[in-house]
Design a protein around this ligand. Structure first.
Ligand code: PEP
Ligand code: MG
Length: 323
């Protein structure tokens, strides 16, 4: 079976009626690139850069970060690489930053909120990213965006650093796509407005589910409410995908849900353009997708959007899979 799957390493991902989607890998360090390539990733859909900051005693320098981003871009050999700017806070701590203890860390000072307040730290990362852009197909993504203002502010800093680098005579690519994670319901709801400003969306279901259902993703007492297949979540996902397509943009997903074989037909039916998952899931997903028909999946998705609860959605998915 493994050998059969390995034959798919170099092929594109297509449904049996010829619709192409991209299967990308989630990575945390440059060392993960080798595995992603070996498992046939068509790109990196999420590089969680916070790992560059963790397990050490001080901030990584601009040069250190530049070397890491460059290694990933070169390792992916021109394939798209979505790098997410620092997402510290919530469940991820950085002892040397002395972040405040909070009552509700997941509703608190994390990710883009922290980055916009710590401009030195953020500008250093943006400069390293911009410098690395000449080594491949870089896309930059901001995490935990809740308002358009946050996106505009982050993008303005990026453009400022780009001009700074250019005036220092350092080469930067001109066509770098800049997108956002959709992890917060406010952003999913106003996706039509965001879609005019961003180049792409990547849906972070790990957080989007917890914020939509108000169920802490780490709390077992409420884990029964943490429901990826809840119709409320599916409607948010649909809203995001539709909004992006209306503006000629694309939507990916990099939460755990993207790698769940039961979710794949639903998400394809909703029109998702890119799935980013653990490298080891890619070949199986490629084979699964090659056996599926887009029109059938669209029917499945539209039925699921009308369902009243998770149980009904799962029933539809099961019927579809057994058919
Ligand atoms: C997500 O929220 O789905 C996501 C991919 O980000 P993280 O798991 O790093 O919070
Ligand atoms: Mg997240």
């Amino acid at each position: 079976e493994k050998e059969e799957l390995l034959k798919l390493v170099d092929s594109k991902t297509e449904t049996n009626d010829g619709v192409h989607v991209e299967l990308a890998a989630n990575i945390g360090t440059p060392e993960d690139v080798e595995g992603a390539v070996r498992h046939g990733a068509e790109g990196v859909g999420l590089f969680r850069t916070e790992f560059l900051y963790m397990g050490r005693n001080e901030l990584p320098t601009e040069d250190e970060q530049y070397e890491s981003y460059k290694a990933v871009l070169e390792g992916m050999d021109g394939k798209p690489v979505v790098v997410r700017t620092i997402d510290i806070g919530g469940d991820k701590e950085l002892p040397y930053l002395d972040l405040p203890k909070e009552m509700n860390p997941f509703l608190g000072y994390r990710a883009i909120r922290m980055a916009l307040e710590n401009q030195d730290l953020f500008r250093t990362q943006l400069r390293a990213l911009l410098r690395s852009s000449v080594h491949g197909n870089l896309k930059i993504m901001f995490p935990m965006i809740a308002t358009l203002e946050e996106f505009n502010e982050a993008k303005a800093l990026l453009l400022e650093e780009k001009e700074n680098l250019k005036s220092e005579g350092i080469e930067v690519k001109d066509d770098i796509e800049v997108g956002i994670m959709v992890e917060i319901p406010s952003t999913a709801v106003l996706a039509d407005q965001f879609a005019k400003e961003v180049d792409f969306f990547s849906i972070g279901t790990n957080d989007l589910i917890q914020y939509t259902m108000a169920a802490d993703r780490m709390n077992e007492k409420v884990s029964y409410l943490y429901q990826p297949y809840h119709p409320a979540l599916l409607r948010l996902i649909q809203n995001v995908i539709q909004a992006s397509h209306n503006e000629g943009k694309w939507t990916g997903m990099c939460g755990e849900m993207a790698g769940d074989t039961h979710a794949v037909p639903l998400l394809l039916g909703l029109g998702l353009d890119e799935f980013s998952m653990s490298g080891t899931s890619i070949l199986k997903a490629r084979r699964q997708i090659s056996e599926l028909n887009k029109a059938d999946m669209e029917q499945l998705a539209s039925a699921a959007l009308k369902a009243k609860n998770t149980e009904d959605v799962l029933k539809l998915v099961k019927e579809f899979t057994e058919r």
